[in-house]
Design a protein around this ligand. Structure first.
Ligand SMILES: Cc1cc2nc3c(=O)[nH]c(=O)nc-3n(C[C@H](O)[C@H](O)[C@H](O)COP(=O)(O)O)c2cc1C
Length: 452
């Protein structure tokens, strides 16, 4: 693999400052989900004899529900319910699908073969997660790219949680060029020329589903795949963009630059926190904001905070803002600050007033204004991953929850009296206890809400 070219330093700093600025996104029309672009035979992932049961793993994580969970589009959460994450399956020996490359269609729960597997493919499956940016950019404009990273992190967590009892290994720092090559996709720069009429996919993360309960990849499980020739192309779609609008082109450029990671990728095991079960993943929902105003029991809040904090070694720090008699900002080791931070968090999170009275608000923070590309990427992917695991844990503990993705001027460090620019909020998860009918209803949120 060749060394990634240096990233123009000003580009990412400007993109980060812009996404965090109070500038409102332009109002762009809603874009409906396009038809799945990969053709060819559609195989059920429920083949016999594989230790890695892709049918179960994909149904519990990315596959559209069969109608049993009203109103939910996918098992995994997604900013604006736009679900921009796609999954390419690189299937080695020991899986419920024959070895080869596949594109996974979440709406039909079918795998479309795209090419053969290398002779020395590692046992198990590697899932390469990509994002298509158009719909998220249409909705969130210049605030979209951090959300696309967070969404990819949530999807990686969903896959890893679904893989239990087997141990999934998650990498959030594989070089984008290697991810594209392994999945048999062109790089962002050449996509439109090679595959006109199809929406470019930007690869951001990989999850290795091993066929054993305990194993860590001793070699890079993507290397053998990346040496194969490119796999089959998507079917061009009528009405596809000829030239992307400027904001979309910028978002793709930023994500492409962020994914250019020098050095060897790292893989970290992701485990399911007890008492999360398959049923938890099947029923997880983000609660309606109006149902998030009741405090959760402190010992349950502490468990979810510890899960978020411990989900990744390469992630940002987490803290929990609570109200009540002793309001404060708590960490797993103590009190970061006293006072009620929730109204400020509500202002910072695109003015979503309900956050000001939420039972608790967990926030991931770090990622300075001048963070290098690898840190910007890992902060957001790992925060999304941690929030995904924490939301599953909260659900299993009977708590209500809702991720919070858009943060503007959320310089937590400066608000706590440190030098500005060093410690920004990148993601959040609101938590609440179940409603006790004996308690008086919380006051309704006041003020106009912006689009999150
Ligand atoms: C990265 C991310 C950011 C989100 N940000 C917000 C937010 O700021 N405000 C909000 O009300 N919901 C937010 N959500 C929740 C989504 O709206 C929710 O996941 C989506 O509507 C799908 O519903 P479900 O989670 O119940 O499946 C976010 C979700 C994700 C994954």
């Amino acid at each position: 693999m060749t060394q990634a070219p240096p990233v123009p330093s000003g580009l990412l700093r400007r993109a980060l400052a812009d996404a965090r600025s109070p500038r409102l996104p332009r109002s762009v029309p809603y874009i409906p989900e396009r038809a799945f672009p990969w053709g060819g035979p559609a195989l059920s992932p429920a083949g016999a004899g594989g230790a890695v049961d892709l049918d179960r793993v994909l149904r519990l994580s990315l596959g559209a529900p069969d109608g049993s969970t009203a109103g939910r589009l996918r098992p995994v959460a997604s900013a604006g319910a736009l679900h921009p994450v796609r999954a390419h399956l690189l299937i080695g020996p020991g899986c419920s699908l024959p070895p080869g490359r596949y594109a996974y269609d979440p709406r039909t729960h079918r795998a479309h073969p795209r090419g053969r597997a290398p002779a020395d493919a590692a046992p198990g499956a590697v899932v390469v997660l990509t994002v298509t940016a158009a719909r998220t950019v249409a909705h969130y404009g210049h605030r979209a790219w951090p959300l696309l990273l967070l969404d990819a992190g949530h999807a990686a967590a969903a896959l890893a949680l679904a893989a239990a009892p087997y141990c999934a290994q998650v990498s959030l720092d594989v070089d984008g060029a290697e991810l594209s090559a392994a999945a048999g996709l062109p790089g962002a720069a050449e996509w439109r020329e090679l595959w006109p009429g199809s929406e470019p996919e930007l690869p951001l993360a990989a999850v290795w589903l091993a066929a054993a309960r305990k194993s860590a990849p001793s070699t890079d499980p993507l290397a053998a795949w990346a040496d194969l020739p490119r796999a089959t192309a998507p079917v061009p779609q009528p009405g596809s963009e000829t030239a992307p609008p400027r904001e979309l082109a910028t978002t793709r450029h930023v994500l492409d630059k962020l994914a250019a990671a020098p050095g060897r990728p790292t893989w970290h095991p992701a485990r399911r926190p007890a008492p999360v079960t398959d049923d938890t993943l099947r029923t997880r929902r983000s609660a309606d904001p109006a149902e998030l105003a009741h405090p959760s029991a402190p010992y349950l809040l502490a468990q979810v905070l510890a899960t978020a904090e411990g989900a990744r070694p390469d992630g940002p720090a987490w803290a929990a803002a609570i109200g009540g008699d002793t309001p404060g900002l708590l960490t797993t080791t103590g009190v970061l600050a006293s006072g009620d931070a929730r109204p400020t968090l509500a202002r910072w999170a695109a003015g979503q007033q309900w956050i000001g009275t939420a039972g608790a608000v967990l926030v991931a923070h770090g990622c300075p204004a001048d963070a290098p590309p690898a840190l910007i990427r890992s902060s957001h992917l790992a925060a999304g991953h941690a929030a995904g695991v924490a939301q599953a844990h909260a659900t299993a503990l009977g708590l209500r929850s809702r991720p919070i993705g858009s943060w503007q001027q959320a310089d937590l460090g400066a608000a706590l009296g440190d030098a500005p620019g060093h410690d920004w909020i990148v993601h959040g998860l609101a938590l609440a206890g179940p409603v006790d009918p004996a308690l008086p209803a919380p006051p309704p949120p006041s003020g106009k809400e912006e689009r999150p």
